[in-house]
Design a protein around this ligand. Structure first.
Ligand SMILES: O=P(O)(O)OC[C@H]1O[C@H](OP(=O)(O)OP(=O)(O)O)[C@H](O)[C@@H]1O
Ligand SMILES: Nc1ncnc2[nH]cnc12
Length: 170
């Protein structure tokens, strides 16, 4: 089974010029979703992970599956104003806009080992902001992984000090 066969390309979404990578076919097929989870787990290997951090919203799907398999807690990163408790905020830029990401102040304890997961690495702005949030809370980032990276946008350059892995590269 090829995971890439379950990624649908949508041209000019959400804006003209963007080639959008749609993961809903992958989520729609149980066997494909489980295979992708297995392959992401293989990227993590035998690293100890206390918390898996997932980015709203498409990062949540596999981040929670990974947390379950790794015996780790799940931490949601959300867009502003959505988290009910005290938060820390970090501004970031996207392939198509700018925004702020937030995390609960008590989501990660100093010294905890953190896996960060998102579906797509594009410009790297989102992942860079999340790395900053995790480190501001004292977390130790053991890996940042993605289903896919859009290598022509060079998002890895923003994450040079971390172990960055992805299942697919375009
Ligand atoms: O590497 P970057 O250029 O920062 O882009 C990658 C981010 O963009 C997408 O999220 P989006 O903000 O579209 O939100 P969504 O998951 O809620 O659709 C994607 O799921 C990543 O989180
Ligand atoms: N081209 C793209 N497809 C899916 N998600 C994205 N996030 C940023 N760029 C993206």
């Amino acid at each position: 089974m090829r995971i890439a066969d379950y990624i649908r390309d949508i041209q000019d979404f959400p804006k003209e010029g963007v080639g959008f990578k749609d993961i809903t076919p992958l989520l729609n097929d149980h066997a494909a979703m489980m295979e992708a989870t297995k392959q992401l787990l293989a990227l993590v290997g035998d690293k100890k992970v206390d918390r898996v951090v997932g980015m709203e919203s498409r990062g949540y799907f596999f981040a929670t599956l990974l947390a379950e398999k790794l015996g780790a807690g799940f931490v949601p990163v959300r867009k502003p104003g959505k988290l009910p408790f005290d938060t820390i905020s970090q501004e970031y830029s996207l392939e198509y806009g700018t925004d702020i990401l937030e995390m609960h102040v008590d989501a990660i304890k100093p010294g905890e080992k953190v896996l960060i997961h998102d579906d797509v690495l594009a410009t790297g702005g989102t992942a860079e902001a999340v790395c900053k949030l995790v480190e501001r809370l004292g977390g130790e980032i053991v890996q940042v992984n993605f289903l896919m990276e859009l290598s022509f946008l060079h998002g890895r350059d923003k994450l040079a000090q971390y172990e960055v892995k992805s299942l697919m590269s375009y």
